[in-house]
Design a protein around this ligand. Structure first.
Ligand code: SF4
Length: 371
């Protein structure tokens, strides 16, 4: 458990099942109770210790004294016309992050944040303009999922369940390696939430030293934010490319232990007149191995005053078809939630700009984006 915040008590939600068993054993408490405790926390969503009927008083008293069981709180939500829901979630120290629930035919994916702000500074990203404020703790990452699960149950329907997770919200997950790793282990624990490895995707901007140590990371899906096949353009979009260029990035990617038949997804934000040319298609073909790659084209999501523009629809279709013709698995992601500022970091910026802790302004903001 790594804590880098000065909080009165650590959260019980930061402990993996193994860490919980170790804690109980160290305290001379019944270690076998860990499985039942996990059920109360993750299956029954019960945070009132007095209701944990099959857990000894001794354990409950110990937890009362040593752990916090509060979850982050949803302070704002907006519903897009396409069904995407965006949430602003407040942590115990008052910092806020965004999470987005994206519906598809047979799933409801939660895009979660791993940091408050981000140090990577991608030039197409709103969060990149904020700088890094701090890492989220494992419990704050898990807490986004739990708080939104409870919110959906209370406000939408008891049937509305999150099924998948993508680490694509604010922050670079591998820059917060230990907390993201612990949270992923907690998400996958059978005794708790029990999400399978195929339902979790970790997306990275290409932090090479961390990619190289991913051998100890649970075997979830990997997505790499590629966005350009040439170093000069990638460095313009992602300053991290100046430290770890495409050659170093792909040397590291080749070492990622991929399970048989798994592909790495390469995210490619398509920007008008920058990376949507024939030479960009040729560059991708040189860089990527067809059998181990999937390209996901994301047409750029304009925001007020944004430096880049979205390509025309015909250009987007052409780009995808060219890659398909060359034998790549290639999809184009429909832009979701444009009417609720769903691009990374936009909501938080607007929220802070308008000082939306003021209830009246908050209501006005909500009305503006929930129509
Ligand atoms: S795109 Fe991701 S890695 Fe890049 S600045 Fe935004 S949050 Fe950070």
């Amino acid at each position: 458990m790594s804590i880098n915040l000065k909080l009165e008590k650590p959260s019980l939600y930061a402990l993996t099942l193994v860490e919980l068993r170790d804690y109980l054993a160290e305290k001379g408490l019944a270690k076998f109770a860990a499985d039942q405790i996990y059920q109360w926390m993750y299956k029954f969503h019960e945070r009132d210790l007095s209701k944990w009927s099959n857990i000894s008083k001794k354990i409950r008293e110990d937890f009362e004294n040593n752990f916090d069981l509060t979850l982050p709180t949803v302070v704002w939500n907006g519903l897009s016309k396409d069904g995407t829901r965006k949430f602003l979630v407040k942590m115990r120290d008052g910092q806020t992050v965004e999470a987005v629930a994206i519906p598809a035919k047979d799933r409801l994916t939660l895009c979660i944040s791993s940091q408050v702000g981000c140090a990577i500074g991608c030039t197409f990203c709103h969060t990149g303009t904020m700088g890094l404020k701090r890492n989220l703790l494992a419990d704050e990452i898990v807490g986004q999922f739990l708080a939104i699960t409870d919110w959906l149950k209370a406000n939408v329907s008891t049937e509305e369940k999150l099924t998948n997770i993508v680490f694509m919200g604010q922050g670079e997950p591998l820059h917060n390696y230990d907390n993201v790793r612990s949270a992923t282990i907690i998400f996958m624990e059978d005794k708790g939430l029990g999400l399978s490895q195929r339902k979790i995707t970790l997306s990275t901007s290409g932090l090479v030293p961390q990619i190289e140590k991913m051998w100890d990371f649970p075997p979830v899906n990997i997505a790499i934010s590629l966005h350009a096949a040439h170093n000069d353009i990638r460095s313009e979009l992602m300053p991290i490319n100046k430290a770890f260029d495409l050659q170093r990035l792909f040397e590291a990617i080749r070492k990622v232990p991929l399970k048989a038949y798994r592909r790495i997804t390469y995210e490619y934000i398509l920007i008008a007149d920058l990376n949507d040319r024939q030479e960009d298609i040729d560059g991708l073909c040189d860089l990527l191995e067809k059998s181990k790659s999937k390209i996901n084209i994301i047409p750029y999501n304009d925001f007020p005053d944004s430096k880049f523009k979205r390509p025309s629809n015909s250009k987007i279709i052409w780009f995808q078809e060219e890659l398909l013709k060359r034998g790549f698995v290639c999809t184009t992601r429909t832009t979701k939630g444009q009417d609720i500022l769903a691009a990374c970091g936009q909501l938080k910026s607007e929220y802070e700009k308008l000082n939306l802790w003021d209830t009246n302004k908050s209501k006005a903001f909500e009305m503006q984006f929930s129509k």
